[in-house]
Design a protein. Sequence first.
Length: 169
Amino acid sequence: MKCPVCSAELPSTAKFCGGCGATITPISAPKPSVQPRDKAPAGHSSSDPVTPSMSPAYAGNPLPTVERKYKALRLIALLYKILAFVAGAAFVILGLVTFVTGIAAGSSPTTIGGQPAAFFGGAMGGLILLVYGLFLFVFLYGLGEWMYVFMDIEENTRKTNETLASRPR
């Protein structure tokens, strides 16, 4: 079954659309005027069909707009995402530079266990900085997204409350 407003695919047992909030109400089958009870009219099944319809409050009208709250939190979430890119890129570049200089300095005569000391200090340190930079990027970007998720949950809760409050009882 499809929503009459937004054409979203809905299960046959849906009472309202999860996409736009339109009310889906069951209607009784039209009474046959001449045909006996055991035969259904052409094109109708013997069970009561469920026909989607909009709530009278929203028939033909757009859904109410909800004010976006928490402008400061949205800014902080955006700054976390920007910081994720900047810090992640900085650590990846620093890690690559450290790795390359560690490999280049690997020809030094100082050795630890048969390996050049600069290899362990530079190359391994560079790899650690690369991994840390990627971890930092994922963590900070996820933190920004996490803030958006909770702000969206709050907004959707308010929108649902307004929609349900305006329904006729």
